[in-house]
Design a protein around this ligand. Structure first.
Ligand code: SF4
Ligand code: SF4
Length: 177
């Protein structure tokens, strides 16, 4: 496979500094609303803050890849005496939970690093406690076909309704246009 240079962006999370203000959720959902800034709905955010006040847990987690099947097992972490919920660190939009799914359509959400925004990741910019820090580096990686958000959404629809139904619906819609 051919090698290409790519800028790898990483958002470093210093969870100890997070106070659960959820500004990151507000700004992310708002900038991705259609039209932009037309609504604020943390459930549609691509970053979610896992909170548990009694256990002093404030953990920002970014939406990762869509997966059509849930895991057979579950992970549970205990760090510095704090017990995190099962799947607490998992970034996947998966069938076992509502996290990282668009509330109305149920389609998977994935952090896109605010690629269309000039200033870069808005959650980083708006987190006033310096929990989130953007880091960038150049790396040589295998060239691969990127699965974009639309394709991931189509995958999810096909898993839900089957390929033939989706194909028929697309054909019907194209005739209307
Ligand atoms: S904006 Fe920063 S401090 Fe507030 S919840 Fe998000 S990560 Fe935590
Ligand atoms: S980088 Fe952008 S898309 Fe990703 S969680 Fe932050 S605000 Fe949302």
């Amino acid at each position: 496979m051919a090698k290409i240079k790519r800028t790898i962006k990483t958002i470093k999370v210093d969870a100890d500094k997070c106070n659960g203000c959820r500004t990151c959720e507000v700004v992310c959902s708002s900038v991705h609303a259609k039209p932009k800034y037309s609504s604020v709905n943390p459930a549609a955010s691509r970053i979610r803050v896992i909170t548990h006040r009694l256990r002093d847990i404030w953990l920002p987690v970014f939406a990762g890849e869509y997966t059509p099947a849930e895991c057979n097992g579950r992970d549970k972490y205990v760090i510095d005496g704090k017990e995190y919920d099962e799947c607490g660190f998992c970034r996947a939009a998966c069938p076992s939970r509502d996290l990282f799914k668009e509330p109305d359509s149920g389609l998977p959400l994935k952090c896109d690093m605010c690629e269309e925004e000039e200033g870069g990741p808005l959650c980083v910019e708006w987190c006033l406690n310096d929990v989130l820090t953007l880091e960038e580096r150049e790396e040589e990686v295998d060239e691969e076909v990127e699965i974009d958000e639309m394709e991931a959404g189509l995958d999810a629809l096909i898993d839900q309704y089957g390929f033939e139904k989706i194909k028929t619906a697309c054909a019907r819609i194209s005739q209307k246009g």
